[in-house]
Design a protein around this ligand. Sequence first.
Ligand code: GLU
Length: 290
Amino acid sequence: MRSVRRAGLALTAATALILAACSAGEPGQSGGSASAGGSETGSGGAGGDGITIGIKYDQPGLGLKEGNDFTGFDVDVAKYVAGKLGYSEDKIKFVESVSSQRETLLENGSVDMIFATYSITDARKERVSFAGPYFVAGQDLLVAADNTDITGPDSLNGKVLCSVEGSTSAERIRDEHSQQTELYPAQTYSECVELLSAGTVDAVTTDDVILAGYAAQSQYEGKFKLVGKPFSEENYGVGLPKGSDKCEDVNTAITTMIDDGTWEELIKKNVGESFTPNPSQNPPKVQACA
Ligand code: GLU
């Protein structure tokens, strides 16, 4: 059983590398053409009178691309904030920003802003600026519904754990928890969840609100459960190029969104069925732009 799983893991690891190469190209490609437009007009990623916003494409309830439709809490917050900055929806170009690419996309001008379950951290602040937070989540674990031995981040020794490169989730497990855990580094969480469904990995770790979105998908009904003991505080910020002069305006828009009831409405609409945000942390207060 173990060797079968290992073989599966090796195979999927190879696939992951290929996928990584492809998906790493994707944001860069769309960004490349976007920033070419930007340099012509002298504006940010979108060029002209539009705005280019990085989101996730594969996180149900948060940032999801289905055909030409973009849905989720991050997407709706992005539309609200962009609206307050003077960009109607038809002026927004959404591009994918996988976790490991976010700082780079902001630094090279491929995107103007990022709304992508993007935690504000001091390390990231060295390279980018953040407005917000507009949501607070916590890191958790997703396991098979019948699993009984994974009860938290310190019960993962000897287990295969999937998380995403460039995320705080992968880093925290590496730095602070089970040293004897085999960490499978994926490019996206949907890839991790597929591996969990196939039994190739024992658990997936990232923010609770993200994991709840996958668990609620009809194809996974009854298959998974959240361990339900969050072990971090993830403050979702709006990623901006370092020193951006938009930060104050974005913060004002977020505060208005919370005060006028839109925040509550968007939470209900997008994650209400699968997840209850921690009420002692949400809705959050925005931090001063640094
Ligand atoms: N919020 C965490 C982070 O920013 C994990 C989720 C993600 O990778 O988007 O790294």
